[in-house]
Unconditional design. Structure first.
Length: 416
């Protein structure tokens, strides 16, 4: 039998094409051994040793078929922590250390200094103001007359569609179906709450069931694609910026005049950088991000905690707002319209990522369900706020280049 062959015999079969690389898991019945065979095959084929690729704590039997295919090992990215950061939210309330997986020197130090400023100022207030994962199939009908008729039928039968969709999961709850019509094409943007899961797979399955029900009752319609790109997933877009996808979160803080003076700046100095850089500069660029570097913090947290890293694209859209107050203090807020995070499913169960979610007190399903993901969203938003405060402050102090020289070139950390 194949599983009884020696490693050398297995490699010979792969090299001869008698065994496909993707077949190894099934024929061996052990994804850890299949991973080793694939890695050794690549070493022979390329002449490059992959010793470090093979060093991992991951049991591939737990991830193949769930998170990945054709495994050869794992990528290791340094993880740093920033904090403590005080977060005051409906679900998160306390001091948190923020895990950041990154290869960019100065990023952890940047968030760390911002966390220090926010915590000294009393904390970041975070609020989830909208929650819902979406999937938007595109259907075609003979004419615009039929398109309007289809939309009217969906609206009139919403409760029946809701019942069908929710039968696929105990956590998926259909909130709305928003229609968009272009000629004889109809997009139906389904919006669900999904408990503690980020929920994209959950809503895809639920939407598929709902669409089949709609088509069986409205035969003039034909499904073109279950995802019609009005969802919108993994693409910068205006729809999610305005309507939200995942969690829409705001985090805010007031930085007292005394703290700003300690850094040698005024509220007006810092707000001017934000206005001319983040707002006017982004407007000139027609950017979907009116901010300094949301994506830096979002991506680093996503990698560290097992989120879908590709969703950094829409999750890092957003606006930084800074406003000098009459007493010399500075009001600062960040708004994330489309933060797509979860604490169950996806990569959250990987060993390293699970530990870091546990460190934040958000791993797994909350009690009641959904509260862990909401808590996590509040913490992430506060961390983004910390990164924004520090970078804009650094620009106001004209120390950005010096920070990267010192922290991005094996130098010593900037301290104050």
């Amino acid at each position: 039998m194949v599983e009884e062959l020696s490693l050398e015999d297995l490699l010979t079969k792969v090299e001869k094409g008698e065994l496909k690389l993707h077949e190894l898991d099934k024929v061996l019945g052990d994804s850890n051994r299949a991973t080793e065979v694939r890695r050794m095959f690549l070493e022979r084929f390329t002449g490059v040793k992959l010793d470090n690729v093979g060093k991992t704590v991951i049991d591939f039997n737990t991830v193949v078929g769930r998170n990945i295919e054709n495994t050869i090992g794992a990528a290791q990215i340094p993880i740093g922590i920033a904090g403590p950061l005080r977060v005051i939210g409906d679900y998160a309330n306390g001091l948190y250390y923020i895990p950041l997986a990154t290869t960019e020197g100065a990023l952890v130090a940047s968030v760390n200094r911002g966390a220090k400023i926010i915590t000294e100022a009393g904390g970041a207030r975070s609020k989830v103001i909208n929650d819902g994962m979406t999937r938007a199939p595109v259907l075609t009908v003979p004419s615009v007359i039929d398109a309007v008729e289809l939309v009217n039928w969906v609206n009139e039968h919403f409760n029946e569609i809701k019942s069908v969709a929710e039968s696929t999961s105990r956590h998926a709850k259909l909130m709305s179906i928003q229609p968009f019509i272009v000629g004889n094409n109809v997009w139906l943007r389904f919006k669900f709450t999904t408990g503690d899961a980020m929920g994209m797979n959950m809503v895809t399955i639920a939407t598929d069931r709902a669409i089949k029900y709609i088509l069986s009752n409205f035969p003039k319609a034909r499904l073109v694609a279950l995802s019609g790109n009005m969802c919108v997933d993994k693409k910068a877009n205006a729809v999610n910026f305005l309507l939200g996808r995942g969690k829409t979160v705001v985090s805010e803080a007031i930085i007292p005049k005394r703290i700003l003076e300690n850094w040698g700046v005024t509220a007006e100095d810092v707000a001017e950088v934000n206005n001319r850089k983040n707002l006017l500069g982004s407007a000139l660029a027609h950017s979907f991000g009116f901010n300094a570097h949301f994506a830096n913090i979002i991506a680093a947290i996503f990698i560290a905690t097992g989120q879908d890293v590709a969703q950094t694209v829409e999750s890092s859209m957003g606006i930084t707002w800074m406003e000098p107050l009459d007493n010399g203090d500075l009001y600062v807020s960040i708004t994330l319209p489309s933060l797509e995070v979860g604490t169950v499913g996806g990569g959250t169960g990987l060993p390293t990522q699970r530990e870091l979610l546990q460190m934040l007190g958000v791993y797994g399903s909350g009690n009641p369900p959904g509260t862990n993901a909401l808590k996590f969203a509040e913490i992430v938003a506060a961390a983004v706020l910390a990164g924004e405060i520090n970078l804009v402050l650094a620009l106001a102090r004209d120390e950005l280049a010096r920070a990267h020289e010192m922290l991005g070139r094996a130098g010593k950390a900037i301290s104050k």
